[in-house]
Design a protein around this ligand. Sequence first.
Ligand code: NAD
Ligand code: IPM
Ligand code: MN
Length: 357
Amino acid sequence: MTHRIAIIAGDGIGTEVMPEGIRALEATAKRFNLDLEFTTFEFGSCDYYLEHGKMLPDDWFEQLKGFDALFYGAVGWPDKVPDHISLWGSLLQFRRRFDQYINLRPCKLMPGIKSPLAGRKPGDIDFYVVRENTEGEYSSVGGKMFEGTDREVVIQDTVMTRTGVDRVLKYAFELAQTRPRKKLTSATKSNGISITMPYWDERVVEMAKGYPEIAVDKFHIDILTANFVLHPDWFDVVVGSNLFGDILSDLGPACTGTIGIAPSANINPEGNFPSLFEPVHGSAPDIAGKGIANPIGQIWSGAMMLEHLGYKEAGDAIVTAIEEVLSEGDATVLTRDVGGEGTTASLGKAIANAISH
Ligand code: NAD
Ligand code: IPM
Ligand code: MN
């Protein structure tokens, strides 16, 4: 069976880590006899915007909806296009129109990587952030009044729907059920945000009734960020709104050494539309063009994509290869963010080799 994968590399290091993501997928396809067919799209980048005045062609939905998955790099180049225009013109459109309402972001301290948190070793940090991905604080409800005058007003409303909140909570509870610790932490801020966040808390309590075997706790987002740093071992499945999930999913990987390894899956669980797999990080203009970006976030996202397509063993093989190469600790292979002096390609090739043998 052929699986059709749409490739959108985007900007900056997105274009550098993508070839390594594909290299790993090709090595995996060969080993497990999978038929993956890649189709590359140029749209969805800031250069495309500069040429066409928009991030995506008008028929992007028609062009992409028939793919089995989207494999995505990173988008954004603020010096060329303001971030809210490039991101609302591409990634956030995909998440919404393809109803990818789950953003699943594993956070794991890998062997061979030193956590910036004193004394933490592999096994101490191993949790998932489940982020609501289509509504919440990322709403397009709002507007401006009295622009350019002293009375200028800007408003952007947070939108929480029963459907939207319940479906992400259900996914998180079901994920917690599959984990040995069976623990779920909810990120809230119902002490200060007095309408939407108490609603979120109420829905958690209601949903928990259906999962009596899951131990549930909640923290306000301020102390939760502190506890990510102080007690990362407390966490198993952490569920949060769009914004809280975004913040936690950069902080978590930073605690595991580098954001460069963190993967994510933007999932439409019903399979009505393609899901999208991308690293957590962005286009990193500060290191782009140097060939030193860590490709593991992209490669691991490929593993999540294969698992989503039904090839768990193949996905696991990629993660094992990543762990193997990191454990070997060869400084000529590893990128700088994980203590080496190698390149995007040296690390990508080592992982592809490890997949192949
Ligand atoms: P960023 O993730 O691009 O970079 C943050 C820091 O992490 C930088 O110092 C960067 O060098 C480092 N870093 C990131 N990925 C790395 C990797 N693979 N290897 C080594 N180091 C890495 O975040 P930012 O600087 O806030 O954003 C830059 C641009 O990317 C902006 O336009 C932003 O909107 C966009 N962005 C896009 C996505 C996405 O496409 N999903 C995600 C985040 C940010
Ligand atoms: C992420 C990114 C995006 C988000 C930005 C680039 C819009 O930070 O995927 O985490 O906030 O969702
Ligand atoms: Mn983010």
